[in-house]
Design a protein around this ligand. Sequence first.
Ligand SMILES: *[C@@H]1O[C@H](CO)[C@@H](O)[C@H](O)[C@H]1NC(C)=O
Ligand SMILES: *[C@@H]1O[C@H](CO)[C@@H](O)[C@H](O)[C@H]1NC(C)=O
Length: 348
Amino acid sequence: MLFKSILTASLAILSSALFAEARKSKTHDVIVGGAAGLVYTPNQVHAKVGDYVKFHFQFKNHTVTQSSFDEPCEPLKGGFDSGFRLTMPLLSSMPVAMDAKKGPTFTIEVKDENPIWVHCEQVDHCPSGMVFAVNAPKKGNTFKKSSQALGQPPTGSPSTARVNHRVPSKTHDVIVGGAAGLVYTPNQVHAEVGDHVKFHFQFKNHTVTQSSFDEPCEPLKGGFDSGFMPVAMDAKKGPTFTIEVKDENPIWVHCEQVDHCPSGMVFAVNAPKKGNTFKKVSDSHFFRKFTVLTTFLLQFLKAAKKSGKDEYHDGGSYKRSDEDAEEDIEEKRSLLSRITGKRDVVEA
Ligand SMILES: *[C@@H]1O[C@H](CO)[C@@H](O)[C@H](O)[C@H]1NC(C)=O
Ligand SMILES: *[C@@H]1O[C@H](CO)[C@@H](O)[C@H](O)[C@H]1NC(C)=O
């Protein structure tokens, strides 16, 4: 059974990866709370009808509750509501299993082009600015107007902006690892010269290391490097690492931890929309993943065959008496989860 489900899962990953191009709907990942504080990261997304927004709950006790532009901190009648979600306790007996450990998630579908307003129902969270929007209008009822109604308006108040014609510099928050898996969330930002990108490290042991388009998993000579930032699972706040955007050139980033970059832990600032795109970098990871996965499957099939036919019944149940065998399976399962990064397969 386990063997079969692993095989099925693997094939599902392969086919979903292969046909990702053809599929139109996209999932937008949003971190709820965590090291970044009482915020959703990012705090808004622009999505197409049919897309999904997947909220990853991190430590603390938050909700994802639909509201309205007029009453950003009040639940919308008939709107969706995740209810209170606490991050699940983490099992720590298997080190690799931590890769797969996640807080609960809550996913909504974008059903039309209307803006969707969201807030956290926890006492004081919304008034202190814990709001989120999908497809907030660029004019009229903007996200800015909605959040200005709250206690802490976003940085760069209109008066400063008017006096200074220069747009005030902005800090782009990025979550490193954490509940979302071996990823930076979001995985790219577009920033103006003078802006800052602040990386918030979450549990595990990651780096923020500059690389290049040509060698996305190699440190760039003379580039920046945060070094390893181990964060305990129960840490309230991880360390941060901030870079300044000094010019308009793209900045490529990866995690130096073993296997993280090859499984897709890459990030970019101002990746070009044409030519050396972000997609090209992530695609190169896909092919590496594909190779690793194929090798793994072949090895697994070989091992399963060798371990004896008597253990593999028609019913598909996979039995082995000794504990070593169980461990072996766990190891391969974990390997699979590492290779596939943040995909949900292992949860099944
Ligand atoms: C989460 O917060 C809600 C509202 O404040 C509270 O009722 C609930 O008991 C909390 N859950 C836990 C486990 O702290
Ligand atoms: C973090 O990872 C690096 C590289 O794998 C390792 O050398 C270091 O010991 C790790 N730190 C902790 C605290 O796990």
